[in-house]
Design a protein around this ligand. Structure first.
Ligand code: FE2
Ligand code: FE2
Length: 206
């Protein structure tokens, strides 16, 4: 079986029954592809491989949610199943506690994409319209300073993600927002709850 987007979705579906986590995977995938494009990537296979890192980065989380297991077990499973090493390294690089140095652009991108993709979604859901398209960039920065808002999102991941990616936070927020708009309905960020994401078919490319 090739290690492509369809295989990534199958692996995610196998380990992750949770609908919010499946949506998180798609959301981070969309951001990764947008980051790749902004980095000058145009080759479709390369774009897909950046997206796959986003889709897979938390695939083991539902089954192995502790810091002792999450990411480590995922990397092990990816290795057992023959995923390419750059993909595995990038998955491992998304959590500070793994100590995996982020050197390749795709490794910096996953840090920049992960927490912020979820955070902008939370920003959309507190608006009357519940639409991501209505979220102003500045409002995301304001929300980041509110400790009580989306408390589980560690802001240091977001600020360091922007730093390592090498863009001002404002620009990164704009990019992440833009990435979600195209798949807003699938994420439940277009004013209505999302439809169920079943194991099959593989969701369309964002
Ligand atoms: Fe994670
Ligand atoms: Fe994540």
């Amino acid at each position: 079986m090739p290690h492509d987007r369809a295989a990534a979705w199958a692996l995610l579906a196998e380990f992750t029954p949770s609908q919010p986590l499946r949506r998180h995977a798609l959301s981070v995938e969309a951001t990764m592809r947008e980051l790749a494009r902004s980095h000058g990537v145009s080759d479709p296979a390369e774009l897909e491989s950046w997206g796959v890192v986003g889709m897979l980065h938390d695939f083991d989380y539902e089954r192995f949610p502790t810091e002792a297991d999450h990411v480590w077990r995922g990397m092990e499973i990816l290795r057992e199943r023959g995923w390419p090493e750059p993909t595995i390294r990038a998955v491992g690089a998304h959590a500070f506690y793994t100590g995996i140095e982020r050197a390749a652009p795709v490794e910096k991108a996953i840090l920049a994409a992960d927490e912020l993709s979820g955070f902008v979604g939370a920003c959309a859901l507190v608006r009357p319209s519940r639409r991501i398209a209505d979220v102003p960039v500045e409002s995301v920065l304001k929300r980041m300073k509110e400790k009580a808002f989306a408390r589980s999102v560690d802001r240091s991941y977001i600020t360091r993600g922007a730093e390592e990616w090498g863009t001002p936070l404002l620009d990164l927020v704009a990019l992440v927002l833009r990435a979600q708009v195209g798949i807003a309905a699938r994420l439940g960020l277009d004013g209505a709850p999302a439809a169920e994401l079943p194991d099959e078919p593989v969701p369309p490319v964002p």
